[in-house]
Design a protein around this ligand. Sequence first.
Ligand code: ACM
Length: 684
Amino acid sequence: MKSIVISLLAALILAGCNTNDTTTTSNDILPMPKDCRLNSGSFKAGKSTSVTIEAADEDKAILAECVAELTQQENGNKANSIVLRIAEKIDSISSPEGYKAEITDENITITATSGAGLFYGVQTLLQLADEEGRIPCGTITDEPEFAYRGLMLDVSRHFFDKEFVKKQIDAISHFKMNRLHLHLTDAAGWRIEIRKYPRLTEFAAWRSKQLWKDWWFGDRLYAEEGSESAFGGYYTQDDIREIVKYAQERYVTLIPEIEMPAHSEEVLTAYPELSCTHEPYKQADFCIGNEKTYEFLENVLTEVMELFPSEYIHIGGDEVGKASWPHCPLCQKRMKEEGLKDVNELQSYLIHRMEKFLNSKGRQIIGWDEILDGGLAPNATVMSWRGTEGGLAAVNSGHKAIMTPGGYCYLDSYQDAPHTQPMAFGPYMPLEKVYSYNPVEGLDEKKAKLIYGVQGNLWVEYIPTEEMVEYMIYPRILAIAEIGWRNPQERNYGEFCERAVNAVNGLLAKGYNAFDLKNEYGQRKEALSPTNNCAKGKEIYYAESSPYNEKYNAGGGKALIDGIHGGWTYTDLKWQGFIKGGVDVTIDLGEERNINAVHADFMQMCIPDVWMPAEVRISLSSDSIAFREVAVIEHDVVRDEGLSFKNYGWKTEKAEKARYIRYKATCGKQGGWLFTDEIEVECK
Ligand code: ACM
């Protein structure tokens, strides 16, 4: 499996261990260490290797188990040793998670200032070891760039059992990630036993349909546990204790997320008195005016804190509808009494109160970036998901931020050409795109220090099976692992990709259903290089009633005749977007030409409201006054899943003379966006 690859100079191939004469690295380490100098000799780990661990008792057993993975095979009674040792301080390492590994043909010594550092040193050895236990000699000095390196798994939209969660902890910790954020509560199901509120798991954890999409677009009913049509599940408190311990033994902190004040339909159906109208099945938001809300949330969080030792508790805070609050006497009373001027401040009131409660118990809050609305709680850490703005606003005001911007970190998006992939929620976001993210871009040193770290998020609305979860996580989480570990200046995608291919081979061999990068189809062919056509670089005029949208301007007024095609997603900003009035443009070729084709591509992705045109009309003119229509293309626009592309055009054997081409695309009754990337005109 392992291939110590590397550019060794021919003269050094025969060099033994302990030589300082070659500096090389390995395609097997991911994330790449800060400083890695390997040479051509090797240490052979095996049954006769003596292992010494000088560390705290609680770390010893964990580390012994990890090292045992290296010493399973015969190594010919070779007397060699592995020593793991805690030191007070290590030169050129400041992170408590750092380590130094010195590998000779006789001895491996890993030094770190913590058990986690030793664990990461051993992970490096495990990655380097070949099938016979051979580990290249050299010196590795390593530490992470960011303290927080996380994966979020949504277990509400579809439930995954504790064994599956543990399997993912094994994988992420191997790549030196140290946080698993569990999205435990949401409309689709409450997933954690709370002793004080049994209806949360007798009822709110179960729903009428197995697949989220059937349920969400269907009756959205909950069900009694054990009834015939009850789908879902939850972790008992014993399950949680077991997962937490398992994670601790891999130096992973589990961060629980309890959603508030929104995404809480399941709670408010089980306990309707906590909503503004007290009606089951009607509300997603807690009533902020009712003291019972705080009693409930504090009781829930008290049990959550008993189970999760994490300093940080995630309190959600995203996508709050706030629709019932303006009509609720208790919410209105609260606003008046507290001098809150709008519903944002009302939301912020709840978040502040929850922070105060958790701080009083020695814990800190993390919230999605909407917790900035109405004023950020004094000690809160912001998880930035709607782009990077929330995170930047947080650090600009002296708060910590965890960066999870949707365009780079949402793993529920397509990782390859959509037609080659199962249906996904988000647009094209291949490994390369994820890897290109730099969480501290543009920040000065002081603000960069407030970027606590980075996280990949897997929402599972459209991901009902364990196989699919793994397929979406791996290998893109490897890019997140490396972003979290390695200095952005030193990262290079081509080099990373080779290591990711090896890591995927390792994951596949261990039974993870990773997406195999060797089969990657890649970017849309049209987008790889500019094309030529006779409209390119000419003039184009937009009808006043059909302007392009500024956010999706694709580069401005010439974007549709610049020869540049978009890729698999409009979010690459090479597609021009039209939200009102559709497309209505006239191209001026500057002179009369013999035209034999006019066409343009559109895409459809219904989740973000992007649609095919219902009608396209193409007309030609010699004077820009009198136009003759040469094509009317009608299309029955039907809501579907996934992403599709369609070319709308006109083609003729017998070319037609014209100087002006009008291209008009109209949206269907459903409204929404039209996106096109280029109007191509072919001339004879
Ligand atoms: C989120 O994706 N609603 C945090």
